[in-house]
Design a protein around this ligand. Structure first.
Ligand code: FES
Length: 134
């Protein structure tokens, strides 16, 4: 599908997110895998209690393997990627900590309204796309 601008979608309830919980969802398009998690530390772009709730693309920026199965919220990382071991810093905007990827993990912009976390946009290009919205 093609959309003109980032949608605003409800992802989770703040009260139901404990540190270490991970919620998988699709954003901004159906089929674009993303995950939301609550870190034990404040994060760039984090929302909610302690600014620890963050969300990112599920696709490693190296060659597109799924990293959401390797999220360690207590350490604030995604990875090592199962394919070539890139690890991303979820408290620092998806920065590559180590491994062959050269681009940060795209971060979903979030906000909180009435106790719910909403996805509102995305910073960075999802692996394999020339446009996140097309
Ligand atoms: Fe993730 Fe290569 S696809 S490190």
């Amino acid at each position: 599908g093609r959309i003109e601008r980032y949608p605003r979608i409800r992802v989770a309830s703040v009260d139901e997110l404990s540190v270490g919980d991970t919620v998988e969802f699709e954003y901004p398009l159906d089929g674009s895998g993303t995950f939301l998690t609550r870190l034990s530390e404040a994060a760039n772009g984090g929302v909610g209690p302690g600014d620890g709730i963050v969300a990112f693309s599920n696709l490693c920026t190296h060659m597109g393997c799924a990293v959401s199965g390797n999220v360690e919220s207590d350490r604030g990382v995604a990875g090592p990627c199962p394919c070539h071991y890139t690890t991303f810093d979820l408290a620092k905007g998806g920065l590559v900590i180590m491994g062959p990827a050269t681009t940060d993990l795209p971060q979903v912009r979030l906000d909180v309204e009435d106790g719910d976390v909403f996805a509102t946009g995305m910073a960075g290009l999802v692996h394999g796309r020339r446009n996140n919205l097309a």
